[in-house]
Design a protein around this ligand. Structure first.
Ligand code: NA7
Length: 524
């Protein structure tokens, strides 16, 4: 029997394998894709790029790795992140313990985990680590008539590995989340005509992507120690602090100056312009109105601009996209914005998409419609503990302790699971924290002769309350159609899933539990 089976070979799975090997444990990673990389293996859509900056969207666990790797742009494009993860797999000789093309269909606990693969193989391990990702289960809306469509259709998270060429084609994109907002300007460059089908207008801030010069890179390399320390100290794992100033306490002129500077700097740092943007509606309104002003300035046709103005959720209460030329794209003659609130989708036809406003002829349709986030990937596996299935347990929404364990599922750990802050943070920073905590826990068990660990029901209940209360201290739950709440998937229970109390505070709570003899866990 193996010590550990890890499901998934993205950032989490690679990190976990490397760390477990360091403990001398036998570990096997099972990966459904034909390559490593997880999210970065699947999301190959045009314009796919990371919204975190490259120099810190990376592992910190190896000094030589971070000193040697060179990023070419401020934000890494998908092929570059994938190349990085391939490099990590090679550099640490991880591939010999990774089985590619291996889909896990079920996992059953019986004094150890038995994992069944799609080819009927059974594998046993004492511990199971889910590294399946949070945004990896594609959400394709059930549109009537999709089967009859004569063109090609794609979901951004399941993009084909061969080149898709939209040259000369009439393309439709459904969805204006982070993904749609990245893909739309790039597809518009290629397509003969692009129709964007928008249900909810979104805020977006310019990314200000640019090549990285050697001087900046040398400075980063010299300061990596401080950069990584800062990432671990902040609430969202980025190496910058949120301004201590409150927007509501500044004059209109001071706010404008701060927002203009943040707009010029670009990217996710925009929301760090003031301290109260995610806690005060009044403060948030000032940021929202500033961005709406930028949209009005950018989009030449005032009617189109009006349709693009986000009004029904606070800024950054949904995951805030960052873009390269998104709003500018609507100034093109070959791009049409279709407002699905005015004219909802009726059906897909053989030749296009019909809304209540008429038929839009299309040769290709792109679903940028997001994911069954946080719970979808794990619930895609039939996970069975001694007392029942995870699907039954999570019927009314996910429950976990610290996002790391689920009561009733001994020796199962979840990396970036619901109840963890990961999706609100720079992912690799959260992943390293989770993996480090799990590894230290396994080491503790080995040293003390424990074979089994399970979160208690009580700890799980308390954590659920803490997750709810942390969310309620912010404006995040006010975005009613957000995937943080599961609202984007019809029928999914509406529960705010990530922990919004901040990564640094979360890490302190995890450490405290470990320090107090794994408080909230039952070890035998
Ligand atoms: P998101 O953020 O969930 O966005 C999905 C978009 O698709 C959003 O605009 C949705 O509109 C739209 N959508 C979803 N279903 C439909 C249907 N049935 N009809 C019309 N429009 C629909 O997913 P992304 O892939 O953009 O981003 C996911 C995360 O990946 C992102 O937050 C980053 O963390 C990386 P809605 O707003 O629900 O009205």
């Amino acid at each position: 029997m193996l010590d550990v089976i890890v499901i998934g070979a993205g950032f989490s799975g690679l990190c976990a394998l490397h760390r477990l090997r360091g403990l001398g444990m036998s570990a096997l990673v099972l990966e459904a894709g034909d390559g490593v990389g997880g999210t970065w293996y699947w999301n190959r859509y045009p314009g796919a790029r990371c919204d975190s900056e490259s120099y810190y969207y990376s592992f910190s666990f190896d000094e030589d790795l971070q000193q040697e790797w060179r990023w070419s742009e401020r934000y890494p494009a998908q092929p570059e992140v994938l190349a990085y993860l391939d490099h990590v797999a090679d550099r640490f000789d991880l591939r010999r313990d990774i089985r590619l093309g291996t889909t896990v269909v079920s996992a059953t606990f019986d004094e150890g985990w038995t994992v069944l693969t799609a080819t009927g193989e059974r594998l046993r391990a004492r511990f199971l680590i889910s590294a399946v990702g949070c945004l990896s289960s594609a959400n394709v809306p059930e549109l009537p008539g999709l089967d009859s469509f004569a063109g090609d259709w794609y979901h951004t998270g399941r993009w084909p590995h061969e080149d898709v060429d939209f040259t000369g084609r009439r393309v439709g994109v459904i969805g204006t989340g982070s993904t749609g907002i990245q893909a739309i300007p790039v597809i518009a460059e290629q397509a003969a005509h692009l129709a964007v089908f928008q249900r909810t207008p979104n805020f977006s801030v310019p990314a200000r992507n640019a090549p990285l010069d050697e001087e900046f890179q040398a400075q980063v390399r010299a300061e990596y120690g401080e950069i990584r320390a800062l990432q671990r100290e902040t609430s969202n794992g980025h190496p910058f602090r949120i301004s201590p100033r409150n927007a509501v306490e500044c004059t209109a002129e001071e706010r404008r100056e701060a927002y203009e500077a943040a707009w010029e700097r670009g990217g996710l740092r925009f929301r760090a312009a003031f301290n109260d943007l995610l806690s005060s509606e009044d403060a948030n309104d000032t940021a929202a109105e500033f961005i709406r002003g930028k949209i009005r300035e950018t989009v030449r046709d005032p009617e189109v601009a009006e349709r693009l103005l986000p009004r029904d959720h606070p800024f950054a209460a949904k995951r805030p996209p960052i873009d390269t030329g998104y709003f500018e794209t609507y100034n093109r003659d070959d791009v049409t914005l279709v407002d699905l609130r005015e004219t909802p989708i009726v059906e897909v036809t053989r030749d296009g998409l019909r809304t209540t406003g008429g038929e839009h002829p299309l040769d290709a349709l792109v679903f940028a419609t997001g994911f069954d986030a946080m719970t979808g990937p794990l619930l895609g596996i039939d996970v069975r503990g001694p007392g029942g299935t995870l699907a039954e347990k999570w019927r009314d929404g996910p429950r976990s302790y610290l996002g790391l364990q689920v009561a009733g599922f001994p020796n199962l750990f979840t990396i970036t699971g619901p109840g963890s802050p990961s999706v609100l943070t720079n992912m690799p920073t959260s992943i390293e924290q989770h993996v480090d905590w799990i590894a230290r826990c396994l080491e503790h068990m080995r040293q003390n002769g424990f074979h089994r660990i399970e979160a208690t029901e009580e700890a799980e209940r308390d954590w659920g309350r803490e997750v709810r209360e942390a969310a309620d201290r912010t404006l995040l739950p006010k975005a009613e159609s957000s995937w943080y709440l599961g609202a984007n998937v019809p029928g999914k229970p509406r529960v705010f899933m990530p922990y919004a109390g901040g990564l640094a505070h979360y890490a302190t709570l995890c450490d405290r539990a470990a320090h107090n003899d794994y408080e909230g866990f039952h070890l035998t």
